[in-house]
Write a protein that binds this ligand. Structure first.
Ligand SMILES: Cc1cc2nc3c(=O)[nH]c(=O)nc-3n(C[C@H](O)[C@H](O)[C@H](O)COP(=O)(O)OP(=O)(O)OC[C@H]3O[C@@H](n4cnc5c(N)ncnc54)[C@H](O)[C@@H]3O)c2cc1C
Length: 300
């Protein structure tokens, strides 16, 4: 490992190469053990970095803003590549926004609003990056990434750049073809429409107020813990199963919104997993409905 770190330092003198990086600092859940090596590359560093990881046979885990992740307490072996501020350029041309995968949805939605472009208001309060939002086909309040994406640039596992149309992304409910192909999202082209700025800002403010009213934003979480089962709402099933406030260690089913598991301060990933399993078991026993995690569990 020491040899590898030296090699990385020589090849990427400007890259901040961190070892034993606490992943809790990089997730909205504030949970997770250490990553062996953690980097947040610039766009030009990405291809050679992934090439070196391939040559050295180091496992690579790609993360965005960490808002949909549960990282294990044992942490992540190998190299964690955060697609973040080094790849976060946003530019507007006509009705099109081109955003680096590391750009935050909130910043991109604000850039759209400032340019008088509507259609992205739904995404302003989702605390993810463009890359994470494409991968998850993030959505809220009747909108989803699928509605606004025109095309996406990805890097293939072989290090080639490829442009995928929205159809090729195979976007479905919290699903895209990105993980199964091992692609890294690099940039997205978003097609919006002209709309008066006051109307955009008013809708964004309305949706933000709804979030504050309904969601436990005062606690660390990873958003909705489970996907919406067809014909049901996960939060309502959990509440009706009598699990409001149900607690395992530092993890708790939010009393404000039962669809969220929150970290009351010192939750471990093991607490969250145990709690999720209990919730799945009780909801299945009572309603015969299988709850599928929306949160991505990663790490050893
Ligand atoms: C308070 C709160 C509210 C939320 N509300 C919503 C909501 O309304 N709607 C919604 O859909 N989600 C919501 N979420 C969940 C989360 O914000 C979204 O899933 C978001 O799209 C994740 O983006 P991220 O950058 O944080 O990705 P991460 O959590 O870092 O990663 C998520 C997945 O995407 C992959 N990934 C990330 N970036 C890339 C990339 N560049 N290339 C390839 N793979 C990548 C990761 O490997 C991982 O599998 C909420 C979360 C919180 C904490």
């Amino acid at each position: 490992m020491t040899q590898l770190i030296e090699k990385l330092k020589t090849a990427f003198p400007e890259l901040d190469i961190r070892t034993h990086e606490r992943m809790r600092e990089h997730t909205t859940f504030r949970i997770g053990g250490e990553a062996d090596i953690f980097v947040s590359p610039r766009k030009t560093e990405l291809a050679p970095l992934l090439a070196m990881a391939r040559e050295e046979h180091i496992p690579v885990t790609v993360v965005g803003n960490g808002s949909n992740l549960l990282v294990s307490d044992q942490g992540i072996r190998g190299l964690v590549v955060e697609i973040g501020s080094g790849m976060a350029d946003i530019s507007v041309q006509g009705n099109t926004i081109t955003a680096g995968a590391g750009a935050l949805l909130s910043k991109t939605a604000n850039a759209a609003a400032a340019a008088g472009l509507g259609g992205m208001e739904f995404a302003a309060g989702i605390p993810g990056s463009i890359g994470g939002a494409v991968t998850m086909n993030a959505g809220a309040y009747g909108g989803e990434m699928k509605d606004i994406l025109r095309q996406v640039k990805v890097m293939t596992p072989e290090g080639q750049m490829k442009t995928l149309s929205v159809e090729e992304l195979a976007l479905g409910y919290r699903h895209s073809c990105i993980p199964e192909n091992g692609y890294v999202v690099v940039e997205a082209e978003i097609a919006l429409f002209e709309k008066p700025q006051e109307q955009i800002r008013a809708l964004m403010a309305e949706l933000a107020a709804k979030r504050r009213e309904k969601q436990p934003l005062e606690y660390p979480s990873a958003g909705s813990t489970f996907k919406r089962p067809e014909g049901y709402f996960a939060g309502k099933l959990i509440m009706d199963a009598g699990l409001r406030g149900y607690t395992v260690g530092g993890a708790q089913v939010s009393e404000k919104h039962c669809g969220f598991v929150i970290n009351r301060g010192d939750a471990t990933a093991a607490d969250v997993k145990r709690l999720m399993e209990e919730v799945q078991r009780k909801v299945y026993e009572k309603y015969g409905v299988t709850l599928e995690p929306e949160v991505k569990m990663i790490g050893e």
